[in-house]
Design a protein around this ligand. Structure first.
Ligand SMILES: [Zn+2]
Length: 51
């Protein structure tokens, strides 16, 4: 199983990728719309480089 290496993790809640479930967005995997929305909302608030 080569694909094991590419297993993603939900960056919001930390849940491991489950095949056939969740949403792929922006190179990340999210377990649900909720987490995707959270990630999207959090993005602009995060200091990306120089703050
Ligand atoms: Zn999640």
């Amino acid at each position: 199983m080569v694909f094991g290496i590419f297993k993603k993790k939900d960056p919001v809640c930390g849940m491991k990728e489950e095949k056939g479930k969740g949403i792929y967005f922006g190179g990340n995997w999210f377990c649900s719309d909720n987490c995707k929305d959270k990630f999207e909302k959090d993005k602009p608030n995060k200091p990306s480089c120089c703050h």
